[in-house]
Every structure is written in structure tokens, then in C-alpha cells.
Write a protein that binds this ligand. Structure first.
Ligand SMILES: Nc1ncnc2c1ncn2[C@@H]1O[C@H](COP(=O)(O)OP(=O)(O)OP(=O)(O)O)[C@@H](O)[C@H]1O
Length: 714
């Protein structure tokens, strides 16, 4: 706080000092000028340079630094009288005495003009100084914007059509106020039917042309936007599904769906529509200014003085509004997250009777959004008030001068009416021009988030190319060290080494949370180990082609996951060509065929969302069939017996025994089911504690023996 006060004081002192020095120099310059013996203009320019140097020195001394805005203000303020005088002399052979006499009005005019100019520059013209963080952000936004435009390339034809229509619409629209003024003039003076009819005819033609072109423009641009959004959504979805599993654990589902649904739409719509609005407004503004100049250049300059003030208000508003918009977006994503979580776990919510608690949680999140939205609306209300007041003030001034000009014969009543019509539109256009930059940055913000995901390289690479014709399924885990990306400090596997011999059954056992499923996740390449390597047939796992690997290594996990669709679709999931015979064969092995045939549409029965129409053991059997139909070389069964009855379990065991060349990795808590395994590996705290056959381990009376004893009721 104290620091802020000191800074403000220093700035006020600097300003006062600069004004005093400058006024003294300006006054002295005026006095000397009147008695000058050498050329007026040389004198004027020398003084301009002197003032410029003095102001720079004073500001540097007081502030210790000069930013680009200050340099611009100082330079334009010091040089304006000299430039103005020289220009007037060169163009009109006149002298205005603005720079020659020590006139305070001249000083005020120059100060106002240089401030307005610098302000306008600051708002509209980008600064090349990348050092400032804000500027860097804008620079980045521009790069993103150009990138979005490039992505529009397949729709360029539609966009071009839209732009042509847009130009036509704007040009036609611009002439309507002009003819309105003309009609008033014709009616106000001596009525001439021919002129009246022709003015009306032109007005009608221009209105028709403008409406038709505007309609076509809208249609073409909306088509382009729709095609673009679809393309980006598919692209983003593709990029997302390629990310490693750790990515989905760190990013919330709500955030991902929000990027996919909202940001892609915002990016497509806003960028394209912004370009449309920008061009339309730009063409219109230029046309209007030239028509207004034609009607009265003095009044036009007066009206344009409103621009820097509007720009400043707009700039302040944009900064606040954007910040609040981002906060609202985030807060809405958090509220959606609660809904996603509750809907997907509704059974848990019901059984723990936490409906009210969840509703409160949702309410809390919505309240955050509400507070932010209220703030956003307040900012908008204040902005609208400031904008209206400025506009109103300018209209009063314009009407006052308009009346004077009509009285002095410089314009007609019709001219003034046309001028007023243009002016009301011009104000809006200039506001739009300034606002559109803020809005572009906003929409580009959404594009930035989409690109962030599009450009993200998955941490677990999928670029392996190896697809050997023969695979034996010999797996080696060598000196693995692994921690999950979400808990990088908690080592789950430590110096973990294990060999899965080809065609043999290996069982991983151990108490909960010791790292058994983690081995499976690493074998599936869901994560990348920090140290060590996993070899499949003596080749690093990562060098295998992604599709090939997941056809050759299949997993049936603890929680079977099915997708909505038929049973047949679910069993053949991910396989381009898979006959019904193969599907039935796999279903028979998984002991699923009998129950499937009893269903009304047998293999074409819909399983419902997440397999909701089936029981847990039926889902598990289909998941097993899905793994078996691929005829994998390495089959992993992660605790599948928990949801199977004894008959199914026995049948599946038999079926698996009929594939003698398959490497089988089984994780089991029911130790009875793995007694016949070729090797049993006990895992404790991420290491192999002991390994051997059932009998060997029982004889050792170690960890396995204890587990077995604890397991004995089974
Ligand atoms: N996605 C994850 N992110 C962070 N930590 C995890 C993740 N999955 C598992 N863990 C942690 O890693 C450790 C080992 O988990 P893992 O699932 O491999 O154990 P497990 O032996 O298979 O247990 P269970 O028999 O209960 O399935 C546990 O402490 C667990 O909390």
C-alpha cells in the first residue's frame, strides 16, 4: 500500500514538473518568436527539439524510466506546433500563430491532441515490445488467431463467398441514410416529383441489395462455421484419445468435455464471426467517414473526437470482462464436474444417502458461478452507462454545432439528418471495432485451450513400428521403478523384476494395494515406467506398433466395461474384421454363449449404456469373450473371479487351459483358483517377495503361506 502511494506521488510530481518545464519553454519560445531575427520555422523546430529533450530529461529524472506510451506523448506534444505550422504554411501558405505565440489555448490543443493520439495508438495499434507480459499475450493471441484462420482453409471458398456478400451488403447499406437525407431535403424545399421518385427508388434498391447480400453472407458463413466446428471436434477427440492414461487422471472429465463441446464451438463461431464483423465494420466505418466528410468535414472531426474516450472505456471494460468470463467458465466447469460425478456414481450416492449433500455441493458451486456472473453483469451495466453517457454528450454537441452550420449555410437540414443517421451508426461501428479486438482475444483464448490439447504429445509414445509375424509372448519386467504421475513421490514398484515365460501361467498374489494391477497397467502401456524396461520377446514394449500390441496383449479387468451397442459389437470391439463364428467361439470359451442365446435377440441384444442391461457376471463373461476373440499371445486376467460363479469359473479355466501356447498372467485374491499356476509371485510393497509353484511356496512357509492361511475359508 505504502509502495503504491509512493509510486503515485512520484508520478504526480513527474507530471507537475513536466507541465511546468514545458509551459515555461513554450511561453519563452512564443516571446522569442515574436522578436526573432532568424527564420521562424527554424526557430520553431529548434524549440520543438528543445522541449522534447527537456520533457524526456524531466520524466527520466522523476520516473527513472520511459515507456513507449510516454515517448509517444512527449514526441507528439513537443512536435505538434512545428508540424502544424509547417504543414499549414506548405499547403495553404498561411500562418496560424499557434506555434509562434505563447498562447495557452494552443498548448492545450496540442496536449489534448497528443494524448488522444497516443491513447488511440495504444488501444488500436499493437506494440512490438514483447517484453511486457500483456503484449506478449496479445502477440500469442494473434498467432493463435492466424492459426485458426489457417485451419479454416477447407472452407475458404465459403468464406470468400461470405466476404463478397458482406462487402455488397455493407456498401448498399451505407447509401440508405444518404438518400433519407435527400428525401428530406426534397420534401423541405420545392417538391420535385422526379427527384423524389428516383431518391425513393435508389433507397429501395439499396435496401433490397443490402438485405439479400446480408442473408447470403449469413448462410455462407454459418455453413463454414458448422463444417469447421465438426472437423475440429473430431480432430480434438482423436488427439484426446491418444493421450496417456495419466493425462485423464490429472484433467477433470468436465474440463475435457467443456473443451470439446464449448471451446471448439466458441473458437469456430467467434473467430469466423469476428472476422466477419471486423471486416463489415471496417468497410462501413471507412465508407461512412468519407460520406460524412462529404457532408461536413468539421462536424466529422468533432464526432471523431469521441473515439479515444470510447476506446478507453472499451479497453477497461474488456480487461475486466474477459477476466470474469474466464472465471465464470472455470466455475461452470467445476459445477458440471459435480453433476458428472454424481450421475456416474448415482448408486453409491443413493446407498450412502448423500443426495442432499451432493445437492448442497452443486448449490455451492453454482453460487460461486452466480457471484461471478453478478460481478460480470455489474461491470457490463457500468460500461453500458458510461458508453451511453458519452454517446449522448456527443450528440448534444453535434446538434449544437449542426444548428450553427445550418444557420451559416454550411449544410442543409437533410445533410444534418443524414449526418445524424451516419453518426449514430458510426459510434456503434467504432465501438465494435475496439470491442471486436477484445472479443477476438476472448475467442482466441478458447482456441488456445483447444490447441493446447491438439498439440499435446502423449507422454507414453505410440510411435512403435514393430509387428513381428510370430510372437511367443515371453515377457520380462527388468528393474522397474514406477510412480503414478498423480503421485510422483510415492514409488509403487521398486527394482521390480519378473519373467513371464511363454505359454506358462503366472499368478500375481499379495494383499491389496501392493502393485499387482500396476504391473498390468505397465504391460498395457497405460503408463511409462521411470526406470527399467519391459521386454516382449526381447524387444522393448514401446517399440511395438500400438494396434499390434493391443491385439497381442489382452486384458480382462476387475470392473468389466462395456459400451452401448449389441453384444456382438462389444465382443468384436476394435476388430475391423471379425466373423460371427469367431465371436461365438470366443463366447463359448467364456461360458457366455448359453446365456446370450437365451436373450431375445441373442448376439444382437443391446447391452445398454455401460452394459447396464446385463448382470455383473454376464458383463464379465462378455469382457472375457472380447479378450479371447483376439486370440492374444499374452492374456491378463485381473481379479476376474470375484464376479463369477463357480461353474463359470471352472468352464473358463478349462477354456484357458485349451490354449497351451498362450502366456497367462492372472491376478487373484481367491488363492485356490491359482494353485495350478506354473509360477506364483508374491508381491509386497512393489517388489517380488517370493516366487515358485504352489507347493514350493507352501513349503517355504513365507508370505504366500500366510496369505493362504488367511484365505483358507475359500
Ligand atoms: N491411478 C493411480 N494413481 C495414483 N496411485 C495409484 C493409482 N492406481 C493405484 N495407485 C496406488 O498404487 C498402489 C498399488 O496399486 P495397485 O492397484 O497396483 O494395487 P493392487 O495390488 O493391484 O491392489 P488390489 O489387489 O486391491 O487391486 C496403491 O497404493 C494405490 O493407491
Amino acid at each position: 500500500m505504502a509502495r503504491n502511494t509512493a509510486t503515485v506521488t512520484r508520478k504526480v510530481v513527474a507530471l507537475t514538473l513536466a507541465v511546468c518545464v514545458d509551459l515555461s519553454l513554450f511561453y519563452v519560445a512564443g516571446l522569442v518568436a515574436t522578436h526573432s531575427v532568424f527564420g521562424h520555422f527554424a526557430h520553431l523546430w529548434v524549440h520543438a527539439a528543445l522541449r522534447c529533450s527537456a520533457l524526456t530529461a524531466v520524466t527520466l529524472l522523476a520516473l527513472g524510466d520511459l515507456n513507449p506510451l510516454l515517448i509517444r506523448v512527449i514526441a507528439s506534444h513537443s512536435l505538434l506546433p512545428a508540424v502544424f505550422e509547417t504543414g499549414t504554411k506548405a499547403l495553404y501558405h498561411e500562418e496560424t500563430q499557434c506555434g509562434f505565440s505563447a498562447d495557452a489555448r494552443c498548448w492545450l490543443m496540442c496536449a489534448g491532441a497528443s494524448l488522444a493520439g497516443a491513447l488511440f495508438w495504444e488501444i488500436t495499434v499493437p506494440d512490438a515490445d514483447d517484453a511486457a507480459a500483456g503484449k506478449e499475450k496479445k502477440q500469442k493471441a494473434r498467432v493463435l488467431f492466424v492459426r485458426v484462420l489457417r485451419l479454416y482453409s477447407p472452407e475458404y471458398l465459403l468464406l470468400l463467398g461470405g466476404l463478397v456478400m458482406l462487402t455488397l451488403a455493407v456498401l448498399c447499406q451505407m447509401f440508405i441514410p444518404f438518400y433519407t437525407g435527400r428525401v428530406i431535403d426534397i420534401l423541405g424545399t420545392q417538391y420535385q416529383p422526379n427527384e423524389f421518385v428516383s431518391a425513393l427508388l435508389f433507397m429501395g434498391l439499396y435496401s433490397l441489395g443490402s438485405s439479400l447480400s446480408a442473408g447470403c453472407r449469413g448462410g455462407l458463413l454459418l455453413c463454414a462455421i458448422s463444417a469447421f466446428t465438426c472437423r475440429i471436434k473430431v480432430k480434438l477427440f482423436g488427439a484426446l484419445t491418444k493421450q496417456e492414461i495419466g493425462f485423464f487422471e490429472t484433467i477433470k472429465t468436465g474440463e475435457i468435455t467443456s473443451r470439446l463441446s464449448k471451446d471448439t464451438t466458441l473458437m469456430g463461431r467467434a473467430v469466423c464471426l469476428n472476422v466477419n464483423v471486423l471486416l463489415r465494420t471496417f468497410i462501413k466505418t471507412l465508407g461512412m467517414i468519407s460520406l460524412m466528410m462529404n457532408l461536413s468535414w468539421k462536424l466529422t472531426f468533432l464526432v471523431l473526437m469521441e473515439t479515444p474516450i470510447t476506446g478507453l472505456i472499451q479497453n477497461i471494460y474488456d480487461t475486466h470482462y474477459q477476466r470474469l468470463s474466464l472465471a465464470v467458465q472455470d466455475s461452470m466447469a467445476q459445477a458440471n464436474e459435480v453433476v458428472n460425478e454424481v450421475v456416474s456414481s448415482i448408486q453409491v450416492v443413493r446407498s450412502f444417502n448423500t443426495e442432499k449433500h451432493e445437492a448442497r455441493r452443486y448449490d455451492d458451486r453454482l453460487m460461486d458461478t452466480h457471484v461471478l456472473k453478478t460481478r460480470q453483469n455489474t461491470v457490463r451495466a457500468v460500461y453500458l452507462l458510461a458508453r451511453r453517457l458519452t454517446g449522448l454528450g456527443m450528440q448534444v454537441v453535434m446538434l449544437y454545432y449542426g444548428r450553427l452550420f445550418i444557420q451559416s449555410g454550411q449544410m442543409t437540414t437533410g445533410n444534418l439528418v443524414s449526418f445524424i443517421l451516419y453518426q449514430s451508426d458510426l459510434g456503434d461501428n467504432i465501438r465494435t471495432l475496439t470491442y471486436i479486438f477484445g472479443d477476438m482475444l476472448n475467442s482466441v483464448g478458447a482456441a488456445g485451450k483447444v490447441f493446447e490439447y491438439l498439440d499435446r504429445k502423449p507422454l507414453v509414445s505410440m510411435e512403435g513400428k514393430l509387428k513381428p509375424e510370430k510372437l511367443t509372448g515371453h515377457v520380462i519386467f527388468r528393474d522397474l521403478n514406477f510412480a503414478y504421475p498423480t503421485c510422483p513421490n510415492k514409488t509403487v514398484l521398486q527394482d521390480f523384476s519378473l519373467e513371464l515365460k511363454s505359454g506358462q501361467m503366472t499368478a500375481l498374489v499379495g494383499t491389496s494395494g501392493k502393485g499387482k494391477s500396476t504391473c498390468v497397467s505397465l504391460l498395457e502401456r497405460f503408463y511409462e515406467q521411470q526406470d527399467g524396461e519391459i521386454l516382449l520377446d526381447n524387444e522393448p514394449l514401446k517399440s511395438y506398433d500400438h494396434r499390434f500390441l493391443h491385439k497381442k496383449i489382452a486384458v480382462v479387468s476387475q470392473e468389466p466395461v462395456l459400451f452401448s451397442g449389441s453384444i456382438r459389437d462389444n465382443i468384436a470391439y476394435g476388430l475391423a474384421e471379425c466373423s460371427l463364428d469367431e465371436i461365438q467361439e470366443a463366447a463359448r470359451k467364456a461360458n457366455a454363449h448359453d446365456f446370450i442365446m437365451k436373450l431375445e435377440k441373442s448376439y444382437d441384444t443391446e447391452v445398454g449404456e455401460g452394459g447396464g442391461h446385463l448382470s455383473k457376471s454376464q458383463k464379465q463373461q462378455i469382457a472375457i469373450a472380447r479378450a479371447l476373440v483376439r486370440q492374444p499371445q499374452v492374456l491378463i486376467l485381473d481379479e476376474i473371479t470375484s464376479s463369477l460363479d463357480m461353474t463359470s469359473e471352472n468352464k473358463i479355466q478349462q477354456a484357458l487351459a485349451s490354449c497351451p501356447n498362450q502366456t497367462l498372467l492372472v491376478i487373484a485374491h481367491k488363492l485356490k483358483t491359482i494353485e495350478r499356476a506354473d509360477q506364483i509371485v508374491v508381491i509386497d510393497d512393489g517388489r517380488v517377495q517370493e516366487q515358485g509353484t504352489h507347493q514350493e511356496l507352501m513349503d517355504m512357509k513365507g508370505g504366500y503361506y500366510k496369505l493362504r492361511e488367511g484365505n483358507s475359508p475359500q
